[in-house]
Every structure is written in structure tokens, then in C-alpha cells.
Design a protein around this ligand. Structure first.
Ligand code: NA7
Length: 528
């Protein structure tokens, strides 16, 4: 008998809920978490201004109606400390910590086909066995840390947004450089601009951003509470796993110019990521996309006083929505401050870090602090960081030309290894909470089925997997998504194979397919 029924890797939103569900089934479950406490993403990403860009009313667990009724979110978009406090509350409320080992990273997984069990080896050298392993390792959990020449020479402070120190950072009155202008960069820049002495932003690609219109949420929360269950159920059938007024969404091709403009304006005034759902074909039709992109560009010109600077901050090289959209609160206005400057590193490439700053083009920018907001090895990074062996090869070798999964949940040849929000599932194209809960419930149901039938082993049929891989690639090719050098495509990591990583068919459709598979006795899986 294995040491445990199940090992869960990670104690973020996915791992905590998975532990709760398996424990309810009476399974002996152990969780390994690399961080010092629960929280995952929200444990590590403590940079100034860190905030979720999915609304709190939807970016929260739905599994317990009592929790949903009791928890008070303070803002429309919760800041990192509030989300972390929520996860800590969840850990305490359901007494989850007693099965979690913190500061423990899983290095290796070895499948033993005779015993039908995994051996899980952690960075302290210890090993234990388990029938099932659930990788709740997150989609954006392995930071991308590009190497710049001279990094060791720089004598000032260096921080990464993705692993910000828990205390002791004070940027007030300092000269600060930020490298990277994705969501993390934008939030950091906006938060620190008012307190630093000088801020120099190094931008490679400008981002499209829509306003958050953040504010108190208490009223909406109390109005929602009587129908919270229905609201959650609706989310599960939407495209992106959260409400976006989809019933009022038409096709751009059928919409006259005036109506196009007023719809974009309406979405802009509402704020948030629903902007790119103004038309159903926005990510498929180049004209629809260009109309939505141009509206955002116009707003940038209105917000940035210096037209030359506005132009440099304006995204033009890729369709809107094909890189992860940012949600901002006063980001562009920051550049109207005298103490803020922008370096376009396409025109003035970063040549090296020096003892006292950054040499870009011919100019040395003297700074006290460098902040890297350079993103993550998305979706496959955390899985490929482990040695996952099946006796013949590693998962990393199997995935050398891109990930291969069935439903984003399992990969053929690696039995009883379940992936929460794995590649080729909607995950990063959706509200992660909707996708996480769906996957955890699906996995739990599969485990119940295996146990009820006395089965020991589950893995995808290679043919079903092949079809799923092809379907996800075909779906992506129907969209404009592959046109951007994005982390959705793996394009931010040197040497990573460019394939579209998530499933682009939407949360509601995905759920119908994956539910159908389960109902049809796990069609496409081998259960033995
Ligand atoms: P992102 O969105 O991947 O942003 C990373 C940024 O860093 C982006 O602007 C990159 O430019 C830039 N970058 C990356 N590598 C380099 C190098 N070598 N030189 C200069 N600039 C670089 O990560 P975030 O952490 O901001 O956001 C991740 C997700 O968190 C976000 O999507 C939300 O889901 C929440 P590029 O665009 O690649 O040219």
C-alpha cells in the first residue's frame, strides 16, 4: 500500500480546495508547498500595488455557500493582502494546514506501474508514495528571470515582482528602474510613482490596458447575496468564467459604426476585462479587433500629455487581447509626472547593468533599485521544473515540442497524475477560480469513480489525446491569438516551443465536453 492515497503539489487556490475535497472522501492526502504558508500566487507576488484583475465577487471560492455569505470583500478588485487573508481564513476554517508541509518543493515524481503508485521526492531528500498525484502547481508560478549582462556588478537593490520580500523594502525617495510593462509592471509602476524620487520604466512592448474603476463593493455584495448560487452557476457557462453581459454581445460584422463606438464606450466605462468581449468576433475578426484596439489607443492619447510619449506607450504590434490585457488605475497618467521617464528598449536596448544603474543605448541610467517585472514560464513551467518519470521518459521530454494532454487534465503515459488548470484547458483565458473549481471537482469525481469500481489506474488514450491536442491547436488557429509573441504562445521564454497553450473554446464549452467525457464512462481514458 502506498504511504498516502493522494499527494497534492501546491497550496494555492487549487491545492487547498483539492485537499478539502479529497479529505471529505476519506482519502489520506498530503500537500507539499514550496512557500512558507498557503496562498500560491498570492503568497509570492507581494509587490506594491499587486491586485487581482478579476472582480472579487467572482474571484473567490463558490464551494461553500456559508463562506460566500460571510466573507466581506472590501473592493471590486481585491488587493493581494486581502486575497492572501482570504486564503489564510480558508486554511483555518477547514483546518487544512495540518496536512500541508510548507517550505517543501517536489523535485521528482516516479511512476511504478506494477504497484500503480507514484514516488514523490522532495527537496529535503525525503520520498513518499501515493496512488494519485494532483499537480496544483499554478499557471504562472515559475518566474522568468532573463539574464542581463553585468547583473552581478550592480550594487543597488534588486527585486522581482514574482518573489517580493515579505518585509523591509522601502522605495520612498529612491531612484527606481522597472523592467517590464505587463500587469505586474503596470501595477508596480502606478503604485510606486508617487513615492519614489525618480522612476525609469524600461519597456519592450507597450500593453493595452482598460480602466479598473475600482471602488467599494459592499453594496453589490449584499445585493448579490440572495442569488449568489445562481450567479455562480451562470459563471460556469460563460466564455471566460465570469459575467460579461454576453447576451448583449453581437458580432462586429453585423454592427453599424455608431453602435460599435457606443458599445466600446459602454464597456470602457464599466471597466475591466469584459472590454474585449464587446463583440463575439473581436478575437477572430481583424477589423473588429482593430476597432477595439484603436479606441484604447485613443484613450492613451487623451491620458498622456506629451504626444511623443503617448505614441511610445501605444501598442500597435499585436491585436488587442492576444497578449494578456492589463487593467489599470491611472497607469498612463503616471507618465505626466516630472519624475517618471520611459525608455523604449527597442530603440535603446539594455546593454548591461553597471555598478550604479542600467546602460541602455548610449545612456547610463543611474538608479538605486532595479525591479524586474518580467513575467513567468507560463502553464508548463512548473510541471517541466519537476523530473516526472514513467520509467521510459520524462514528461518534459514528451512535451519538448509543446504540451500534450487530454482535456488539460492528464497526459498519456503518466497515469494517475492529474493537472489542475493544465495546458490545453481554459485556465489563463478564464477566471482562474471557475476553472480551478471545475477541475478539482472533475478530478475528485474521477477518483470516486476509480475507487468505487476497484480500479487502480487512469490515463488518456493516446488517440484521444492526439485529437484533443489537434482540436486545441485548430481552435487557436481560428483566432488572432497566435499573432502575438505572448506567453500564451510560450514566446517569452527563449527556446520554448511556440504553441498556443490554453484551450480557446471558452469555459462553458469546455465544461460541456469534459462533463460529457465523464458521463460517457470517461470516454478517451483507459481505466484499469
Ligand atoms: P507578463 O505579462 O509576461 O509581462 C512581462 C513583461 O516583462 C512584459 O512587458 C515583457 O515584455 C517584459 N519582459 C520580459 N522579458 C524581458 C526582457 N528580457 N527584457 C525586457 N523586458 C522583458 O508578466 P506579468 O507578471 O506582468 O503578468 C503575468 C500575469 O499576472 C498577468 O497576465 C495576469 O494574469 C496576472 P514583452 O511583452 O515580452 O515584450
Amino acid at each position: 500500500m502506498p504511504d498516502h492515497d493522494a499527494v497534492v503539489i501546491g497550496a494555492g487556490f487549487s491545492g487547498l480546495y483539492q485537499l478539502k475535497r479529497l479529505r471529505e472522501l476519506g482519502l489520506d492526502t498530503w500537500v507539499a508547498e514550496a512557500g512558507g504558508d498557503v496562498g500560491g500566487t498570492w503568497y509570492w507576488n507581494r509587490y506594491p500595488g499587486a491586485r487581482c484583475d478579476i472582480e472579487s465577487l467572482e474571484y473567490s471560492y463558490s464551494f461553500d455557500p456559508a463562506l460566500e455569505q460571510e466573507w466581506e470583500w472590501s473592493e471590486r478588485y481585491a488587493a493581494q493582502p486581502e486575497i492572501l487573508a482570504y486564503l489564510q481564513h480558508v486554511a483555518e476554517r477547514y483546518d487544512l494546514r495540518r496536512d500541508i508541509s510548507f517550505g517543501t518543493r517536489v523535485d521528482e515524481l516516479d511512476w511504478d506501474d506494477v504497484r500503480a503508485q507514484w514516488t514523490v521526492t522532495t527537496d529535503d531528500g525525503a520520498s513518499r508514495t501515493a496512488r494519485y498525484v494532483i499537480a496544483a502547481t499554478g499557471c504562472l508560478s515559475i518566474p522568468s528571470r532573463p539574464e542581463f549582462e553585468g547583473m552581478a556588478d550592480f550594487t543597488g537593490e534588486v527585486y522581482w515582482t514574482s518573489s517580493w520580500p515579505h518585509e523591509g523594502v522601502d522605495l520612498a525617495g529612491k531612484r527606481v528602474a522597472v523592467i517590464g510593462t505587463g500587469s505586474s509592471g503596470l501595477q508596480t509602476i502606478t503604485a510606486i510613482a508617487p513615492v519614489v524620487d525618480r522612476l525609469t520604466v524600461f519597456q519592450r512592448t507597450p500593453s493595452y490596458a482598460v480602466p479598473a474603476h475600482n471602488g467599494p463593493v459592499a453594496e453589490r455584495l449584499s445585493a448579490l447575496r440572495p442569488r449568489y448560487r445562481d450567479f455562480r452557476e451562470e459563471s460556469r457557462s460563460t466564455r471566460a468564467g465570469f459575467h460579461c453581459d454576453e447576451e448583449n454581445t453581437g458580432f462586429y460584422v453585423d454592427t453599424g459604426p455608431e453602435r460599435v463606438r457606443s458599445e466600446l464606450e459602454r464597456r470602457w466605462l464599466d471597466g475591466g476585462l469584459c472590454y474585449t468581449q464587446a463583440f463575439r468576433d473581436i478575437l477572430r475578426d481583424a477589423d473588429a479587433n482593430e476597432a477595439a484596439a484603436e479606441y484604447v489607443r485613443e484613450q492613451i492619447r487623451r491620458r498622456v500629455a506629451d504626444p511623443g510619449l503617448a505614441e511610445r506607450l501605444t501598442p500597435r504590434s499585436y491585436p488587442i487581447g492576444t497578449k494578456r490585457m492589463c487593467v489599470d488605475t491611472g497607469y498612463f497618467e503616471v507618465y505626466n509626472q516630472d519624475n517618471v521617464s520611459l525608455v523604449d528598449i527597442n530603440a535603446e536596448p539594455i546593454r548591461r547593468l553597471t555598478g550604479c544603474g542600467i546602460l541602455a543605448g548610449e545612456t547610463e541610467h543611474e538608479v538605486d533599485v532595479v525591479v524586474f517585472a518580467t513575467g513567468f514560464d507560463a502553464m508548463t513551467g512548473a510541471l517541466n521544473a519537476m523530473e516526472i518519470r514513467n520509467g521510459e521518459r520524462t514528461l518534459r521530454e514528451k512535451w519538448a515540442a509543446g504540451p500534450r494532454t487530454y482535456l488539460g487534465l492528464m497526459s498519456a503515459g503518466f497515469p494517475n497524475l492529474f493537472l489542475i488548470t493544465g495546458p490545453q484547458s481554459p485556465s489563463v483565458l478564464s477566471n482562474m477560480l471557475t476553472s480551478i473549481e471545475y477541475h478539482v471537482d472533475w478530478v475528485t469525481r474521477a477518483v470516486v469513480h476509480l475507487r468505487a469500481k476497484g480500479l487502480r489506474r487512469m490515463e488518456p488514450d493516446p488517440e484521444a489525446e492526439e485529437n484533443w491536442v489537434n482540436a486545441t491547436n485548430d481552435l487557436a488557429d481560428l483566432t488572432l491569438m497566435p499573432r502575438a509573441a505572448s506567453w500564451y504562445m510560450g514566446a517569452n521564454i527563449p527556446g520554448k516551443r511556440r504553441v498556443f497553450l490554453p484551450f480557446a473554446g471558452g469555459v462553458g464549452t469546455y465544461r460541456q465536453i469534459a462533463d460529457g467525457v465523464a458521463i460517457a464512462h470517461y470516454h478517451g481514458f483507459e481505466l484499469t
